[in-house]
Ligand binder design. Structure first.
Ligand SMILES: *Cc1c(COP(=O)(O)O)cnc(C)c1O
Length: 232
């Protein structure tokens, strides 16, 4: 029963992702679904693990616990990270979507150096400049860009992440997604990608309510939680 509901939801989401790619003339393999399991019961998580391989969690501790039980899954950290959990995050997460300050980035660089690994991260941008959200403001990111690049010998900066303001109309999210894509383009021009681990190729944007719009605007990673578990 649980497996069937999840399979139906997953199929529906994948079809909508493909439609959004068709509409925007994008290669369907260029967009990956990150299944956000932060509120999912363990039974749902194990059922989904039979059908999907890339999961996202918001808390490093829960991510680490679940990864220990499902090591075949690629776990991404999508929620806010405190610097004192940097080591745990590096040891367990394939990709950290939520680097929201220069201090956190520098911490990840120094722990990465100690562990002799190069963490893969996205910079979280507060495009809408809502006080309730974390992330770099666009202007702040521009002015910090040189300092950020200095960390890139030790951290792979793979792209940018954002969350659009909550709204019932997915079209409301479009300008924020478009701004994130424009920022990605602008910063790519300012980075010497041959000499650093800054690729900026990933755009993590779009959730249950607005992922098709995000794909139309260039998302390469969509983070979907509630929609996957609808009906359970
Ligand atoms: C919860 C969460 C999601 C998934 O949200 P849904 O609306 O349930 O799809 C995506 N990204 C982040 C950062 C989240 O916290």
């Amino acid at each position: 029963m649980i497996a069937e509901v999840i399979k139906q939801n997953l199929t529906d989401i994948q079809q909508r992702m493909q439609q959004a790619c068709a509409v925007s003339k994008r290669d369907p393999t260029s967009v990956q679904l990150v299944a956000v399991t932060k509120y999912a019961d363990w039974e749902w998580v194990t059922a989904l693990a039979e059908q999907h391989r890339v999961f996202g969690e918001n808390r490093p501790q829960q991510l680490a616990e679940r990864k220990a039980l499902l090591p075949q899954i690629q776990w991404h950290l999508t929620g806010q990270l405190q610097r004192n959990k940097a080591r745990l995050a590096i040891e367990t997460a394939t990709l950290i979507h939520s680097v929201d300050s220069l201090r956190l980035l520098q911490k990840l660089a120094s722990v990465g150096r100690q562990l002799n690994v190069q963490p893969q991260v996205l910079l979280q941008i507060n495009v809408s400049e809502e006080a309730s959200k974390s992330g770099f403001y666009t202007a702040e990111l521009r002015s910090l860009w040189k300092d950020i690049l200095e960390c890139s010998s030790q951290v792979s900066i793979c792209g940018l992440m954002t969350m659009a303001p909550a709204s019932d109309d997915p079209q409301d999210a479009r300008p924020f997604f478009r701004q994130l894509a424009a920022l990605q383009h602008e910063l790519s021009e300012r980075s010497d990608t041959q000499n650093s681990a800054v690729t900026l190729s990933e755009l993590s944007m779009g959730m249950s309510g607005d992922f098709t719009v995000a794909i139309e605007e260039g998302a390469t990673l969509v983070r979907i939680g509630s929609r996957l578990f609808e009906g359970l």
